[in-house]
Design a protein around this ligand. Structure first.
Ligand SMILES: [Zn+2]
Ligand SMILES: [Zn+2]
Ligand SMILES: [Zn+2]
Length: 144
């Protein structure tokens, strides 16, 4: 993880990555994201090179915002601040991993945690695709 040759932020500040995140990171949305998840196997069943657009309404209640894309079957369902249809979907199908169309974060219901879509290679393509559909440009690359 930590680079030894370049001048990383940790070396400049003398802080470990964890210290840095504790002090600076709370607004980034990536701080608590896991970099691995054991529930990604069902993703391969879905063709994630074609996904619904981020303005797709909830399949169940037609709510227009706060929706999530199931990365196992590509169903679009609303989140916990609406009618929790994605949570119901997880309980019915055990499809664990969903991508938020609001902020493009990826959540695993089984891990009960956010997943880092730029680190986990199975998630990176669909995260990039969703980002392009939402913003009409590729996501900015984070320095490693
Ligand atoms: Zn709904
Ligand atoms: Zn599903
Ligand atoms: Zn998981």
């Amino acid at each position: 993880m930590a680079s030894s040759s370049s001048q990383s932020r940790q070396e400049e500040s003398g802080l470990s990555e964890e210290d840095y995140d504790l002090i600076h990171g709370s607004e980034s949305g990536w701080v608590d994201a896991r970099t691995s998840c054991n529930h990604l196997s069902s993703l391969s069943a879905a063709d994630l090179t074609h996904i619904p657009t981020p303005n797709t309404p909830c399949n169940t209640c037609q709510h227009p915002t706060e929706n999530w894309l199931c990365l196992s079957c590509k169903e679009v369902l609303c989140g916990r601040f609406v009618n929790r249809h994605m949570l119901h979907h997880f309980r019915q199908t055990n499809h664990s991993v969903a991508l938020s169309f609001s902020d493009l974060s990826v959540w695993c219901f089984s891990c009960d945690a956010y997943l880092d879509a730029q680190v986990i290679h199975q998630l990176r393509p669909v995260h990039q695709l969703a980002y392009i559909l939402k913003f009409n440009q590729p996501p900015p690359l984070r320095p490693s």
